[in-house]
Unconditional design. Structure first.
Length: 377
């Protein structure tokens, strides 16, 4: 029997510094821990369940904190273990720090063909608030260098709702991102994650943070500016020029299979959703010892599986294909969720017909509530 097709995610959790808003499984760079982690990761990779890789995504942390030769070796390992096609999308997240430009040529030779650059803002005061150490000039330098060594698929991440941010400064960041000529832009509303320095700040001074109305206004600006610049909003937080949607992230939204490797990584294989431990020492010990990686898992069945599939699909511009959903999950969405669909259509947040369910533009602003309605009943 052929191995199932899946996206492969590799988590590289070390950063040159840790930002105060970030809640990912990450640590400041330490040579000894980074070396041990790499050995553990390659041990897990060698023992991982067989899949046929469709895409490869290096996330973190800051994957490019490792030397390009490490990334190259991991790509070779994935190709050998999971039959990653020669033309597959291979993404690496990166910070636009000055050292990035020096590593880009080697990363491109290693096989990375898509960069996701964590810009967050082009405004100096906002970068300081976010704990970021790069400048707008560093971003521009990194993009020029990436183009110079052959990267034809570049994405930048931006954050809105930053303390002190205004609609004017957010517009300036959007315009600066567009001016770079990149193929893809992601815009995320700032979330306050428990246990982070930002959570402590929010508890002390909630008024320093943007409220729902200001965040909604900034989101509306993103929709307006990026549409005018020729980007399509193909998912709630993601915009792309034609032909440059993230192939890896599309696997998540389609509720297809993916394999996550590394501390804190998530997988979805054969109807089972699992997440590795976020404890670095525990992960390394288990992987190096050849045992199962501690974590949590659940088998999604029945309404839970279907509801999650609907929730993920509704995040995309295409929404839920009713016929394809019936073929895959065995029932008609409009019939099973007749009351929910009717209420959401009446509220103006969902568009529905016999072929498709999609968020309206108004629905994008309350996407979590709309999608959550399908997780019950």
């Amino acid at each position: 029997m052929d191995a199932p097709s899946a996206g492969v995610y590799v988590h590289l959790p070390f950063c040159p510094y840790v930002c105060p808003y970030c809640d990912f499984a990450k640590w400041a760079w330490d040579d000894a821990r980074a070396d041990e982690y790499l050995r553990a990761l390659r041990a897990e990779l060698a023992a991982a369940p067989p899949v046929r890789a469709r895409t490869l995504f290096f996330g973190g942390g800051t994957p490019t904190t490792y030397e390009p030769g490490v990334i190259a070796a991991l790509i070779d390992d994935v190709r050998a273990r999971f039959a990653l096609p020669a033309d597959a999308e291979i993404t690496a997240e990166a910070n636009p720090d000055p050292s990035l430009s020096e590593r880009l040529a080697a990363l491109r030779r290693a096989g990375v063909n898509r960069l996701s650059i964590g810009v967050q803002s082009f405004v100096p005061a906002e970068l300081r608030v976010l704990g970021r150490r790069h400048t707008a000039a560093d971003v521009e330098r990194a993009v020029r260098a990436a183009r110079g060594v052959g990267f034809a698929n570049l994405s930048v991440d931006l954050i809105f709702g930053v303390p002190g941010q205004t609609e004017t400064s957010w517009s300036a960041s959007l315009d600066a991102a567009v001016a770079l000529g990149v193929e893809h832009i992601s815009c995320y509303g700032l979330t306050i994650e428990a246990g982070t320095p930002y959570a402590a700040w929010f508890a002390r001074e909630p008024g320093a943070f943007a409220g729902e109305n200001r965040e909604a206004a900034m989101y509306a600006l993103a929709i307006e500016r990026l549409r005018a610049a020729g980007f399509e909003q193909y998912e709630i937080s993601n915009w792309a020029r034609p032909g440059f949607r993230s192939q890896h992230n599309a696997i998540y939204w389609a509720n297809d299979w993916y394999l996550g490797l590394g501390v804190g990584a998530a997988s979805y294989l054969g109807g089972v959703r699992s997440t590795h431990t976020r404890e670095l020492a525990e992960y390394c010990s288990a992987a190096l010892g050849g045992g199962p990686i501690p974590g949590e898992s659940e088998r999604l069945e029945g309404p839970a599986r279907a509801g999650e599939a609907i929730m993920l699909a509704l995040r995309t511009a295409e929404g839920v294909d009713v016929d394809a959903f019936r073929e895959r999950y065995g029932f008609d969405v409009n019939e099973r969720y007749r009351e929910v669909v009717g209420d959401l259509v009446a509220a103006g947040v969902l568009s529905a017909d016999a072929r498709q369910l999609r968020l309206t533009e108004r629905g994008r602003f309350v996407a979590n509530d709309v999608c959550g309605a399908f997780l019950v009943g």
